[in-house]
Design a protein around this ligand. Structure first.
Ligand code: HEC
Length: 103
């Protein structure tokens, strides 16, 4: 009986992982920590504290397109073109979604 329960639990965990395709790149619970990579310059959760533009509450598509443009070099920058290269397109999408949801 205990073995059956364990097997069922394992199946549920596996199904749960399938339901959240993004968990492969960054587990949902870790996304705020992942986004904290940007806090030094853009403020906590993207709420700007300096002349560097805020990310919080900005348009998701704008954030995603801008990061990709920095990555390819299509949009010139002093800092962001170097940082953006460190992120996969999937991770950029996760960051854009996270910051767009912040108040
Ligand atoms: C070391 C400081 C620094 C860090 C860390 C940083 N940024 Fe930036 N960010 C900048 C600066 C400076 C600009 C203005 C463009 C430039 O000169 O690079 C900018 C611009 C941007 C813009 C364009 C904003 C606009 O209004 O057009 C986006 C989007 C952005 N950053 C996203 C991010 C994300 C996402 C992260 C974390 C992965 C991040 N940044 C981390 C300094 C930083």
């Amino acid at each position: 009986m205990q073995k059956l329960a364990l097997a069922l639990a394992g199946t549920l965990i596996a199904l749960n992982a399938l339901a959240e395709p993004r968990s492969a790149a960054v587990p949902p619970a870790n996304i705020p920590y992942f986004a904290a990579n940007c806090a030094n310059c853009h403020g906590t959760d993207g709420r700007a504290v300096s002349a560097i533009p805020p990310l919080a509450g900005r348009d998701r598509a704008y954030l995603e397109e801008t990061m990709k443009a920095y990555k390819t070099g299509a949009r010139p920058a002093t800092i962001m073109h170097q940082l953006a290269k460190g992120y996969t397109d999937e991770e950029i999408a996760i960051l854009a979604e996270y910051f767009a949801k912040q108040k």
